[in-house]
Design a protein around this ligand. Structure first.
Ligand code: HEM
Length: 441
């Protein structure tokens, strides 16, 4: 019965159990015999602040291994995780975001120019192309169009078949290994992506050796005499990065982290953007206030729209931590034994009426008052030492794209009801992809 609940009506099923059993509930399904969901803000705080040695996020993310690789920051725990995270942090520091703004505006322009006028289309697909364009350029600084296009094509060919619910199941069953038809096909797509990524890593390493860029491969920012250190892209920074012992990242580490950024960095943001437009187009007073505030040069309301979108439609509805060590982990008066996964429920926290009055309504104003929701009440990016590395990047990209679309296009909703959500892999996406019509060019 629980398996059916999770497969067919996850949100109502979880809500029913929360009401019936309280803020800490043990579940079991055919896929996972025992896991504990936590719905209370203080208890979620306890879990997110728990020692990373006791509560292991890497183990909980193991499912993503075949896609992002075993050395990915998402899969590691303990000292190894900390090392990779420190190496990855500088390119995603909040203050560096301005460096990516131009790339984001250009990608938004390309997407807008591709939209038909007077004909219905789905925004989600367009947003996926847009955010993939952005993350590939941010990561590789790729200005040579053909390579960037080829990498994007190969990435989508790898991700698309495994992003569906059936695809995730396939990955769990085969571990992305050869021997099964679907597993073999996935392995081929992965090799095709790896080939391009390793080529790019080798080229950058060559540049470190020769002290400059290789003019015959590149154009634009990759000019002769351009040192790697002066580049703005993430790969150049990572090739030069050194850990506390002075060691650089290995090729395999670089490959896994680059793929992590490419995969984690685009599907999530694209989905959040699609939801943002769905909510704005179905809430005309909010859209009108947003337009008016942007026209007066005030960006605060735009920031609140982004935060409220991520609250009411969290792209990732929950996160995981596996209990390790000799002792059980205490939460809310319960002792959770080693080996059991704890899942703080982002979606349930965001729906709590005691924290968010009229929780089902889209009200960006919540984030503007003197007492906005705190770190453990608003957690679309998770929290603690595992909080999303790309949170500033994603929020910034959402602000840039929403502003640009409102400046350049006049979109209208198709149908009076907002889209309904459905699980796709680990993300919660609009079932119909947010169908819209562009009213005029
Ligand atoms: C709206 C967009 C996004 C959402 C909703 C989102 C959400 C999340 C969540 C919930 C986690 C797990 C946190 C935890 O376990 O506590 C996470 C981790 C992560 N995200 Fe994001 N993310 C987004 C965009 C991005 C972007 C743009 C990037 C990179 C450019 C990125 C890179 C990562 C990485 C590397 C981790 C692993 C961090 C670690 O384990 O230390 N994400 N994200």
């Amino acid at each position: 019965m629980q398996t059916a609940g999770f497969l067919f009506f996850p949100a109502p099923w979880i809500e029913f159990c929360r009401r019936r059993y309280g803020d800490v509930v043990i579940f079991g399904s055919l896929f996972d015999p025992q896991f504990v969901m936590v719905f209370d803000v203080d208890q979620v705080k306890q879990v997110l602040r728990g020692s990373p040695d006791r509560l292991r996020a890497g183990e909980a993310n193991a499912l993503l291994g075949p896609v992002v690789g075993e050395r990915s920051v998402l899969l590691l725990d303990g000292a190894e995780h900390l090392r990779q995270r420190k190496l990855l942090l500088p390119p995603f520091h909040g203050q560096r975001m301005r460096a990516y703004e131009e790339v984001m505006v250009e990608a938004a322009d390309r997407a807008i120019e591709s939209w038909p006028v007077g004909e219905e289309f789905a925004l989600l697909g367009s947003m996926q192309a847009l955010t993939l364009d952005v993350i590939v350029r941010a990561v590789f600084g790729v200005t040579y169009e053909s390579r960037s296009l080829e990498l994007r094509r190969r990435l989508r060919a790898m991700i698309d078949p495994v992003a569906s619910r059936a695809g995730v199941l396939m990955l769990v069953l085969t571990g992305g290994r050869r021997g099964s038809g679907a597993g073999e096909e996935f392995a081929q797509h992965r090799r095709a992506v790896d080939e391009l990524i390793y080529e790019e890593i080798a080229a950058r390493r060559g540049e470190v050796g020769s002290g400059g860029a290789q003019p015959e491969r590149c154009s634009g920012e990759h000019r002769t005499g351009d040192s790697l250190a002066s580049r703005e892209d993430v790969l150049s920074m990572l090739v030069l990065a050194r850990d506390e012992g002075g060691s650089p990242m290995t090729d395999e580490e670089l490959r896994d982290e680059l793929l992590t950024l490419l995969v984690a960095g685009h599907e999530t943001t694209a989905t959040a953007l699609a939801w943002a437009f769905d909510l704005l187009l179905h809430n005309p007073p909010v859209l009108a206030r947003l337009r008016a505030s942007l026209a007066s040069g005030d960006e605060a309301y735009l920031g609140a729209v982004v935060k409220e979108t991520l609250r009411i439609r969290p792209v990732i509805s929950g996160i995981g931590r596996v209990v390790r060590g000799q002792e059980p982990f205490e939460v809310g008066g319960f002792a959770i034994p080693p080996g059991v996964e704890i899942n703080p429920s982002i979606a349930a926290i965001h729906r709590r009426a005691d924290r968010y009055p009229a929780a089902t309504e889209f009200r960006p104003e919540r984030f503007l008052g003197s007492d906005p929701p705190d770190t453990y009440t608003w957690l679309p990016f998770g929290g603690g030492t595992r909080r999303c590395l790309g949170a500033s990047f994603a929020e910034f990209e959402m602000r840039v794209v929403i502003r640009r679309v409102l400046e350049r296009a006049e979109l209208g909703p198709v149908g009076r009801q907002p889209d309904r959500g459905v699980r796709r892999g680990v993300t919660f996406v609009p079932r119909r992809g947010v169908r819209v019509v562009q009213n005029k060019a």
